[in-house]
Design a binder for this molecule. Structure first.
Ligand SMILES: *[C@@H]1O[C@H](CO)[C@@H](O)[C@H](O)[C@H]1NC(C)=O
Ligand SMILES: *[C@@H]1O[C@H](CO)[C@@H](O)[C@H](O)[C@H]1NC(C)=O
Ligand SMILES: *[C@@H]1O[C@H](CO)[C@@H](O)[C@H](O)[C@H]1NC(C)=O
Length: 955
């Protein structure tokens, strides 16, 4: 393979300039030697004279002699090497070519050509001749029917029909059967390989936090090619990732772009980081920087900079000053060497490994990616770009860029940085508290670029395409959303001629999808990297072949805040999916839904009802493809007990020892709760957290997300829902597993052995007595299959000893598919946190990634076994996504779920498993009216009944 040598040298020798294809130095060594020998004599004479003169004048013979004596000691070879380095220092990289290669440098000789027949192809750019204005408006981006030929690691032909007779005999043929084909997904913010999963200290190499300024650190030196996540990520169609150092440092170090093909199983010859490099020639280099909360939190302290953002800015400027000074010294040396001949130089080229990569950045050889959330940080960073004259490719986590478009446009270099975003993961720290799920659309309107990224393992990069899908859902045009994980990151990484499009000359990274890539649950049928199919026996889900999504421009009409209306009539309802008895489809004729005083008063032809109520001013809302469904219940998160995950003062606080009731800590009217209500999550069940997120300890409370204070009538619909313990990794801070499980058994037995009610009816013992009596569910947060099995055994042991019947529920459940039959036999329900497990921790390492790697995910096994399943909030930002989560279970369930039973996963099943039922009288005030099924990416919530006397209408 080409390029191995050059990059190997780079690892061994310094500085790591890798600009390839540079002309060899013009003059041969021998020639220079000859000249130098001749020169030496005359120079010695001249210098001798000068020295004598100086001696006479100043009488400092010894010192001068010593200075002069140095020159002859310099190595000519080294000076020549330095002169070559000058060429590299002056080199201005260009994006590497695509067309014009006869093979991809990553191609493995001997791998066969592949013809993909009958695909519906997304080229990645509008048809030729489309005006810029039309392209922006989404015109010319049509899917085309055709065949794609992959050869020598390149896309060779993309045509309506490629006859297989014209091809080499050994050509493999893949019949796409009309399915949709795109280029491989590109994730330009990942820590795969440096932050291997499941987390083990031994593999934690994301941040070199020995110092705040580590431009010298290099992610490639830490990439673990055995990170199982590299394969899992690819199973989501991701073929290329930018592996960045973490954001713990102001300057985190160099990043590297990899392809997700490792070792012989993936068609590669070796298992190495070298072999992962997307561009073995290293045309461009990449660097990570970070502003804001992280560097000051990690490094700051009294007497330790940066304590504040002021210190951060100084650290940046100071570092750039050092790099700039190095550049000056190097340029002076190179210019002088050119002028007087390198053999006449009296010192070597100044080189400092500490500042080498930052100097390269200032020379324009490095694409900088900066983690920067807030206007404050963005503005400071943009100032630095102008002071030190360097551009920035993208701001990452750039939650506030949609509010700072003019600042972005002031960035040095004339090209505003792109925003690398999550679609709706926010509120996890102060920097992420001002953010919008519509940011992509707002940035688009400002002519700025959005790309969606995973920050794996923050999000599971397997599903980074779903971020783009949600971008579309929240208003970004379809073509811009798909570009945001294909052609746009390709271009930002300098691979605009090689990656991100399905065109001849591009690398043969291809995905054939089982459904539209921006539809809910889309999964690859097969993935090719550099022309090699990556999955030997890919599992293909049973999905009807569907046409590509017809982009719905209505999604771009964003209504941020609803209007509160007392009486309203919705027309055009075609499906009603409420309680079991109330699930039906209209028979052709769309129905009306009349909502009066915030409650559903009539479903059907309702004219007599709403006309009878004519006194009240009524609003009529006409819907197309209208749905009336249950509202959702958010469970397992911290909503109601926390507003900013990372800010203690907004939090109820941890309960590692104390056993408390969530109802005593509820704080309503938070941003998270307002968002929940807006997205149809009108009820929530939250438990006090144990230590960190997704851990529970105490008694959960059922409450209404739209209530303004806990004093409001009906705000708390069940003050004591379930009794929670956490027996997972977060509990390990308190004791061993053996100790914790044993302790739970002891507590249950102790509670059962008391023949009187506990003196304090709100004590732990009192609640455990209710558990023994079967009045409250015992809810255990456990991901690990053996942990769950142990909990089932303890339940049986206690039941046998005490002749009780304990109602048990499992929260988490990442590995619960392994004990599905046992859960079903014990009638234990599971609340998945999240639906699609992300094996972050050792406890979750047997999680199933789903198709094409596994036949189904946890939920499918649980449903097949007859376990009652619900989907909860592993993190609070999921409140916007519950409908789409249920949609994923629906679409990827091979027909196991109907629309109704899928929606039950985020509504009625929560209550079946945990209890905490809304009183019958209140139920009619809780519903969602939407256009399109809430399970679909193209759906729009039009109204939410959140148990108040008015309904929130989006119009
Ligand atoms: C392409 O696939 C579709 C869907 O399976 C099928 O109806 C059509 O006949 C196929 N066309 C060709 C040329 O094979
Ligand atoms: C965006 O670009 C279009 C065309 O290039 C232009 O008409 C429009 O005014 C620009 N909008 C903004 C906010 O700059
Ligand atoms: C996946 O599992 C289902 C049963 O749940 C089975 O019917 C199907 O054949 C399996 N598919 C594959 C590809 O193994």
């Amino acid at each position: 393979m080409r390029g191995l040598g050059s990059t190997m040298d780079e690892k061994a020798g310094l500085p790591p300039y890798s600009a390839s294809g540079l002309p060899a130095p013009a003059s041969g060594t021998a020639h220079i030697r000859g000249r130098r020998a001749a020169f030496r004599r005359s120079r010695v004479l001249k210098l001798f004279g000068a020295a004598c003169l100086t001696l006479l004048v100043a009488g400092q013979w010894t010192q001068i002699w010593r200075d002069d004596a140095k020159a002859p000691l310099l190595s000519l070879d080294k000076l020549n090497a330095d002169l070559q380095t000058c060429q590299k220092l002056r080199h201005k990289p260009q994006d590497p070519i695509g067309l014009g290669r006869d093979k991809n440098a990553r191609w493995i000789p001997g791998s066969q050509p592949t013809l993909i027949k009958n695909a519906t192809i997304w080229i990645g750019e509008p048809v030729e001749g489309t005006s810029e204005a039309d392209a922006r408006a989404g015109k010319g981006w049509e899917w085309i029917q055709g065949d794609v030929l992959l050869e020598h690691g390149l896309i060779k032909r993309v045509e309506n029909h490629i006859s297989s007779q014209s091809l080499p005999k050994d050509t493999k043929v893949f019949d796409a059967a009309g399915r949709q084909l795109t280029t491989g997904i590109i994730d330009m913010h990942s820590h795969a390989g440096v932050d291997s999963l499941p987390f083990l200290r031994g593999y934690a190499d994301t941040n070199e936090v020995s110092d705040d300024i580590t431009p010298w650190a290099r992610s490639i030196d830490a990439i673990n090619p055995f990170d199982p996540q590299i394969e899992v990520i690819k199973s989501g169609g991701v073929t290329t990732s930018l592996i960045l150092p973490g954001s713990g440092n102001s300057m985190g170090g160099e990043a590297f772009t990899i392809k997700h093909a490792v070792g012989p199983k993936n068609g590669r010859k070796e298992i190495s980081a070298q072999d992962l490099l997307a561009d073995p020639d290293r045309n461009w280099r990449f660097m990570k920087m970070a502003c804001g909360e992280n560097p000051k939190r990690v490094h700051g302290g009294v007497d330790k900079r940066p304590f504040s953002r002021m210190g951060e800015s100084f650290n940046f400027r100071h570092a750039f000053e050092q790099a700039r000074a190095l550049i000056q010294r190097q340029d002076d040396w190179c210019d002088k060497a050119d002028a007087i001949g390198v053999e006449n130089m009296e010192e070597y080229l100044p080189q400092e490994i500490f500042w080498e990569s930052l100097a390269a950045a200032l020379r324009g050889q490095v694409h900088i990616n900066t983690h920067c959330y807030t206007i404050t940080d963005l503005e400071a960073m943009v100032d630095h770009t102008n002071e030190f004259k360097f551009p920035i490719r993208a701001f990452h986590h750039a939650h506030q860029t949609y509010l700072a478009t003019e600042i972005l446009k002031r960035t040095y270099g004339g090209r505003p940085p792109a925003s690398a975003l999550f679609a709706d993961n926010m509120y996890y720290k102060t920097e992420a508290y001002i953010a919008s799920e519509h940011a992509g659309k707002y940035l688009y309107d400002a002519n700025l670029t959005t790309v969606y990224v995973s920050d794996n393992p923050v999000l599971n990069a397997q599903h980074v395409l779903f971020e783009a899908a949600k971008g579309y859902h929240y208003g970004l045009p379809y073509h811009a959303a798909l570009s945001a994980v294909t052609s746009l990151p390709a271009e930002l990484l300098g691979f605009g001629n090689r990656l991100g499009k399905v065109k001849p000359g591009f690398d043969a990274d291809i995905v054939v999808w089982d459904s539209d890539p921006l539809s809910v649950g889309a999964a690859p049928v097969q993935v090719w990297i550099d022309g090699t199919a990556q999955f030997e026996n890919p599992v293909e889900l049973q999905k009807p072949t569907t046409s590509p999504i017809v982009p719905d421009e209505e999604l771009a009409n964003i209504i941020e805040e609803p209007t509160e209306i007392q009486d309203v009539v919705f027309h055009g309802i075609i499906k009603v999916l409420l309680a079991d008895a109330q699930a039906f489809e209209s028979n052709g004729e769309p129905l009306d839904v009349f909502v009066s005083q915030g409650k559903i008063a009539c479903i059907g032809p309702c004219s007599s009802e709403y006309e009878a109520a004519a006194k009240a001013a009524k609003v009529h809302v006409q819907l197309s493809n209208g749905y009336l469904t249950n509202s959702f219940t958010g469970v397992g998160g911290t909503i109601g007990l926390n507003d900013i995950d990372g800010e203690d003062v907004t939090d109820n606080g941890p309960n590692p020892v104390a056993f408390s009731r969530a109802v005593d800590g509820l704080r309503l009217d938070s941003k998270k709760l307002n968002v929940a209500a807006k997205y149809g999550v009108t009820k929530a069940i939250s438990a006090p957290k144990y230590l960190s997120g997704k851990s529970h300890h105490g008694v959960s409370v059922g409450f209404l997300t739209a209530a303004k204070t806990v004093a409001e009538k009906g705000a708390v619909f069940d003050s004591d829902v379930a009794v929670h313990y956490t027996l997972d990794l977060s509990a390990r801070n308190v004791g061993s597993y053996s100790e914790l499980f044993g302790l739970l058994r002891r507590k249950l037995l102790a509670a059962a052995s008391q023949d009187k009610p506990a003196e304090d009816p709100y004590s732990e013992v009192a609640y455990l007595q209710k558990v023994i009596a079967g009045e409250n569910v015992l809810a255990l947060t456990i991901d690990n299959a053996d942990g769950i099995a142990t909990a089932l055994r303890i339940k049986a042991e206690v039941e046998e000893t005490t002749s009780s019947k304990i109602k048990l529920a499992i929260l988490g459940g990442s590995e619960s598919h392994l004990v599905a039959a046992e859960l079903a036999a014990a009638k234990v329900g599971v609340i998945l946190l999240p639906l699609q497990a992300h094996p972050n921790s050792w406890d979750q390492r047997r999680s199933l990634p789903g198709a094409p790697l596994s036949n189904g995910t946890t939920i499918d096994y649980l449903l097949d076994a007859g376990v009652t399943v619900a989907i909860g909030l592993p993190e609070d930002w999921y409140v916007r996504d519950l409908g789409l989560e249920a949609g994923t279970a629906y679409h990827n369930g091979n027909g196991r779920l109907s629309e109704k039973t899928a929606l039950d996963l985020v509504s009625v099943n929560v209550h079946k498993i945990l209890g905490g039922k809304l009183p019958e009288a209140q139920a009619k005030g809780h519903f969602i009216v939407s256009e399109g099924s809430p399970l679909e990416i193209g759906s729009r919530i039009k109204a939410v009944g959140a148990g108040r006397d008015k309904v929130a209408v989006f119009q």
